[in-house]
Design a protein around this ligand. Structure first.
Ligand SMILES: [Zn+2]
Length: 309
């Protein structure tokens, strides 16, 4: 996957070793378009996965403030959020293994200290959102937080036996230190209370997260939603007995998304929520659920029509 170091990058490095330049170099490496810095080239926890898809998933974006104490430190095709609680930092999701150094460079570029990252919240046990968790936890000392079913997958670094995408195979770096949280439970750090919402369907361990971010007296409800798309490996059938719990889980999750207070929606894959890195339109979470309802209805109809691989 490694190509020539792009012309101009060595020049950038000689201009000054700033956090932003590191982030750029790491971005190019994670996308597979530049040689890795020697210090991370042979790290088993950041070894590149899905190199072709990573070019879109890890398209670099500058870290930016979303609202109040909430920041976006992820990529064009995979969301990662950062919350400054006043008494420590919380990350949401870890993207791919090779993304971890770039996420940390983005956090540093915002002026934060990596040692202040206390928790990393997980939306689902799949490598594109959980692959970087092990490296992020190791490099910061943070504890990863997930649903019970999500934690099983993160501990194994593998998909659950009942995962509709199981036949795709593949593993990712396993997470050692986990805290399990239940539906509706809150994680409190500093002045921020983050509520866990189980949103199963895409996986049975999927979890969405919500919190309040304020600027002065203006406050907004932020939702970081897990993937809700009905995607499977070839041969899987949501209309089978094995698929029935997933269909029921999706329907429960739609009701959950419909009921959430949701001024700003960050979705695990940003393009599933509309254009850009987040969706601040009224009803963004309901629209997100509605999109999945449509996809699932079509998928079930296609299965019944025999037009699914
Ligand atoms: Zn997934």
């Amino acid at each position: 996957m490694l190509c020539e170091r792009p012309h101009g990058l060595p020049f950038l490095w000689t201009k000054g070793d700033t956090a932003m330049m590191k982030a750029l170099a790491l971005a190019l490496w994670a996308m597979g378009t530049a040689s890795a810095p020697p210090s991370v080239a042979d790290d088993p926890l950041t070894r590149p996965m899905a190199v072709e898809r990573a070019k879109q998933w890890l398209a670099p974006l500058p870290p930016e403030k979303l609202f109040g104490s909430t920041y976006l430190v992820g990529f064009g095709g995979l969301s990662v959020a950062l919350i400054d609680t006043g008494e420590g930092l919380v990350l949401v999701d870890g993207a791919l293994p090779q993304a971890a150094p770039m996420i940390l460079a983005n956090v540093r570029a915002l002026g934060f200290d990596l040692k202040d990252i206390k928790f990393i919240l997980s939306t689902e046990p799949h490598y594109d959102h959980a692959g970087g968790l092990a490296a992020l936890a190791r490099d910061t000392g943070a504890t990863v937080v997930a649903s019970a079913r999500g934690a099983d997958g993160l501990r194994a670094g593998a998909m659950a036996e009942d995962d509709p995408q199981l036949a795709y195979g593949g593993t990712w770096p396993a997470v050692a230190r986990l805290r399990v949280i239940g539906d509706g439970e809150a994680l409190t750090l500093g002045r921020v209370e983050i509520t866990a919402h189980t949103t199963p369907g895409h996986t049975l361990g999927s979890m969405s997260w919500s919190w309040t971010a304020c600027e002065g007296k203006a406050c907004k409800q932020i939702v970081f939603a897990s993937s809700l798309n009905p995607v499977s490996a070839d041969g899987y059938r949501y209309t089978s007995a094995a698929g029935a719990p997933f269909v029921a889980a999706f329907e429960k999750s739609y009701r959950t998304m419909d009921a959430l207070q949701c001024d700003m929606l960050i979705s695990a894959h940003p393009d599933n929520a509309g254009e850009g890195r987040f969706n601040a339109r009224p009803g963004a979470c309901r629209a997100y659920a509605e999109r999945s309802r449509g996809l699932l209805a079509k998928r079930l109809a296609d299965e019944k029509a025999g037009t699914v691989k």
